[in-house]
Ligand binder design. Sequence first.
Ligand SMILES: Nc1ncnc2c1ncn2[C@@H]1O[C@H](COP(=O)(O)OP(=O)(O)O)[C@@H](O)[C@H]1O
Ligand SMILES: [Mg+2]
Length: 233
Amino acid sequence: MNSALNLNNVSLEYPDGSSTLMALDAVNLNVRKGEFLSLVGPSGSGKSSLLAVAATLVAPTAGLVIIDGQDVSALSAAERTALRRDKVGIIFQQPNLLPSLTAVEQLLIRGHLRGKPVRTEREKAAELLNVVGLSGAAHKRPHQLSGGQRQRVNIARALMGSPTVLLVDEPTAALDHERSGSIVRLLRQVTNDFQTATVMVTHDTEFLPLTDAVATMRDGRVSRALVPSAQPN
Ligand SMILES: Nc1ncnc2c1ncn2[C@@H]1O[C@H](COP(=O)(O)OP(=O)(O)O)[C@@H](O)[C@H]1O
Ligand SMILES: [Mg+2]
């Protein structure tokens, strides 16, 4: 099986008064390495829940989450944390950068936690800042960066662990149109270059043609379709 991310009959229930709310309802999803999937659907349809389960941050009520061939439910809490660190990159709408750190330091604190040699990590951080177009801004702090540049730091940081799976929740929601386009194009490029299995929640239907496939969520259920042939302008 060449699927990097596999959700197999995944359900997620939340208690809701006397009954339960099905945030995810028997979801099946496969994303291959190098594949860029967009996830659309109305507010409350379960998109963020799907990402949280795929990120191994929330355990499903039923079904299997398989990342790079590993069944997450078979792992201990410590093994799950290690899997998340080594295989999963997460990018949220708000970059959540630390105000006192420079762009390169935002990437390196993660490396520090991993206990890797600092020089290797420094080289990797410099390379990734170059990939996201920020090599000239490595020593700037968040307040010296535009919203788009902060989101680029966020993307570079998520790539520091060389993830197999890249999960992105509304990365352009806080950006203007032009910056949104360049962020989605960057995600397309890193998906190709680093062969991540990328899932992006988005409301920008205009950029769907940059992705390989579109999954639509409604009431916790997922349907998957090929992208419309229209090209973004
Ligand atoms: N921690 C939670 N506790 C209870 N209900 C939740 C929780 N998180 C999400 N929900 C509910 O699950 C459903 C799906 O939410 P969510 O995954 O955030 O949807 P989306 O990202 O598509 O807007 C919604 O009805 C939401 O209210
Ligand atoms: Mg959401």
